[in-house]
Design a protein around this ligand. Structure first.
Ligand SMILES: NC(=O)c1ccc[n+]([C@@H]2O[C@H](COP(=O)([O-])OP(=O)(O)OC[C@H]3O[C@@H](n4cnc5c(N)ncnc54)[C@H](O)[C@@H]3O)[C@@H](O)[C@H]2O)c1
Length: 369
């Protein structure tokens, strides 16, 4: 185990650190004890992660002197729901978890968002720490304090900002992710690279093979760079007033593709990467961005093996889905665009233009696959 890297996130309520390294979960108790006086913690995880790492983390917490209550939810997005949050809250209450106790979220974005939301509302708010176990959760969802659950009407419609006391990102656990989850995380890292600048895009393209092979040193460097970027954005714009909107790059159309195709039909990473391709077209057509921007982005996505989807969907349905996304403001769909790597522009796009652009894009999707 080498010493972990530390990235600090500044938030109004309190600042916290993200530690990135190998061998962190077996020492979780020690790290958690440094940031809290709590002696009792509720370890919230999903059944898959529990089977892989639950005993390691619970054991480490117990050895450090914590009394551990284990709460396990089924794996998958369905656990990020109102009923599931209710069940977790009832378990916390049933176990007598108190105001000075702690929630430990061990898992991917689903567990992090769910457990964070429970931490935000249980007894009007108790402390929590994040132990993210997917690449997506390490580079994105565990940092920034956005928590919440889905409603029947849409994803992430109920939630709260609640900053963790600490984020421990153990890169060892990334080896057990299934390929689709690895790809989803890589798409988020690629998104961050476009926002960070040409140097990061070039680095990602050059190290794509090593990233696909999950070479430890390269993975760790990619995770650190992506977290550094996200930390700098959320530190500057904690409550998503402006700059934080840049992190939606690729997600406006990406979310619509996932929704119109039916969740789970098109992988999140494929949908986000396609949203980035669409955003590059918009930047070229509406902001006169140089063609090179789309080309270097495509070279990176291709090197990372993120193929184009074999299904585009109906234009009207896609535009309607973009409207119902909570990120539409005042009835106009807004896009985060990157005209040059490292430069971000927020652009509201009216429906006439949007429909035309989506139609032209759907013509480029090969639906024979
Ligand atoms: N809060 C935010 O800022 C934010 C940002 C981006 C995404 N999100 C949310 O994150 C969620 C997606 O997160 P996700 O992609 O991590 O999905 P997830 O939490 O469902 O995890 C994906 C799958 O991988 C399994 N898994 C987790 N860690 C593993 C490991 N180390 N080895 C093997 N299997 C493992 C899980 O059991 C699950 O089946 C979405 O709900 C999304 O809305 C939130």
């Amino acid at each position: 185990m080498t010493a972990p890297s530390r990235i600090d996130v500044r938030a109004a309520a309190a600042s916290y650190s993200v530690l990135v390294g190998d061998g962190l979960l077996p020492a979780a108790g020690e790290y958690v004890a440094r940031v809290t006086d709590a002696r009792r913690c509720a370890l919230v995880t999903d059944a898959t992660v529990d089977a892989l790492y639950g005993d390691t983390v619970a054991g480490s917490l117990s050895e450090t002197g914590f009394d551990v209550v284990r709460i396990v939810v089924p794996p998958g997005e369905a656990s990020k729901s109102w009923p599931s949050a209710g069940a977790v809250l009832e378990e916390l209450a049933g176990a007598g978890v108190g105001r000075s106790d702690l929630i430990v979220a061990l898992g991917g974005g689903v567990v992090g968002d769910l457990a964070g939301f429970c931490a935000a509302v249980y007894l009007r708010g108790i402390d929590y720490v994040q132990l993210p176990t997917t690449l997506l959760a390490q580079v994105d969802s565990s940092v920034g304090g956005k928590t919440g659950v889905d409603l029947a009407a849409g994803k992430n419609l109920a939630g709260s900002f609640k900053q963790p006391l600490l984020v421990l990102a153990d890169t060892d656990v990334l080896t057990s992710l299934v390929p689709l989850e690895w790809q989803s995380g890589l798409a988020e890292v690629a998104k961050t690279a476009m926002l960070a600048g040409p140097g990061r895009v070039e680095w990602m393209t050059r190290h794509a093979g090593a990233l696909l092979d999950r070479e430890a040193g390269v993975v760790r460097e990619a995770v650190i760079a992506a977290i550094e970027h996200k930390a700098s954005v959320v530190s500057a714009d904690e409550l998503e007033a402006d700059l934080r909107e840049s992190l939606n790059y690729g997600h406006t159309l990406g979310h619509a593709i996932e929704r119109v195709a039916g969740y789970g039909t098109i992988a999140h990473g494929v949908a986000v990467a396609e949203g980035m391709r669409f955003a590059a077209r918009l930047a070229a057509n509406l902001l006169d961005a140089p063609a090179q921007t789309g080309e270097i982005q495509e070279a990176m996505l291709t090197a990372l093996g993120i193929a184009r989807p074999a299904y585009a969907g109906d234009v009207e349905a896609l535009v309607a889905a973009m409207h119902s996304d909570k990120k539409a403001r005042g009835g106009t769909v807004r896009f985060a665009l990157v005209p040059d790597p490292g430069r971000y522009v927020a652009l509201p796009v009216g429906d006439d233009v949007l429909e035309r652009e989506v139609r032209e894009w759907t013509d480029t999707v090969d639906e024979r696959g």
